[in-house]
Design a protein around this ligand. Structure first.
Ligand SMILES: CC(C)(COP(=O)(O)OP(=O)(O)OC[C@H]1O[C@@H](n2cnc3c(N)ncnc32)[C@H](O)[C@@H]1OP(=O)(O)O)[C@@H](O)C(=O)NCCC(=O)NCCS
Length: 175
């Protein structure tokens, strides 16, 4: 039997403005009511980057796709939850997506670890996020990376014909 080679670890780097079209396409292709509260994107698609969505807040993972090209396989967006100085010790994950072809091989985990490292270097001692109650893959990933449920807004969203909880998760960022 042929031995399977280990999958290469995705390379994580800060996003640049030129990544915008690929990230728009990633958001479009991964949209689902499992994780999105915005309506399905419709053409003409809004640019990924704008006044509130800046490359400096995004890390991307590059990986080789099934066609053999090195492309963006996933991204994570981490920002201060508010502009308040009394809240400056916290970072919040406000966007995480991995292309369908790249899932299940550690890309999401690599992005979360990189984001926690960046937040730590920025001086944050806590990182939070919001995840839909029915998003089992994402919840399993966050829990396995040390996030715990810190609150639940029951039935906060009506998606796909049913009420869905908004689950607040967080974890400390040790030194
Ligand atoms: C959630 C998501 C980012 C995971 O990305 P990924 O690259 O496939 O995740 P990884 O391969 O790093 O998996 C890490 C862990 O996540 C969990 N996980 C990932 N996919 C899972 C699935 N389909 N079912 C259950 N658990 C899953 C497992 O605990 C896994 O660890 P293991 O491989 O040791 O079992 C990806 O499925 C995705 O983009 N989903 C749509 C967008 C989304 O839900 N974003 C989060 C919004 S809050």
């Amino acid at each position: 039997m042929a031995e399977s080679l280990p999958l290469p670890v995705p390379l994580v780097r800060p996003a640049v403005l030129d990544d915008g079209p690929a990230l728009t396409e990633l958001d479009r292709s991964t949209w689902s009511t499992l994780h999105a509260v915005q309506p399905r994107p419709q053409p003409p698609y809004a640019p990924f980057f704008d006044d509130r969505h800046l490359p400096q807040d995004i890390l991307v993972a590059d990986a080789v796709n099934p066609a053999g090209a090195t492309v963006i396989a996933g991204y994570i967006r981490v920002v201060p939850p508010t502009p308040l100085s009394c809240n400056a010790h916290v970072r919040q994950i406000q966007g995480l997506a991995v292309a369908a072809w790249a899932r299940g091989r550690g890309t999401g985990r690599t992005l979360i670890r990189a984001a926690c490292g960046t937040a730590r270097r920025q001086g944050a001692n806590r990182i939070t996020l919001r995840v839909l109650g029915h998003n089992a893959p994402a919840r399993a990933l966050y829990e396995s990376e040390g996030f715990t449920v810190e609150g639940v807004l029951p039935g906060e969203f009506f998606l796909g014909g049913r009420y869905v909880d908004d689950v607040l998760m967080g974890r400390p960022l040790g030194p």
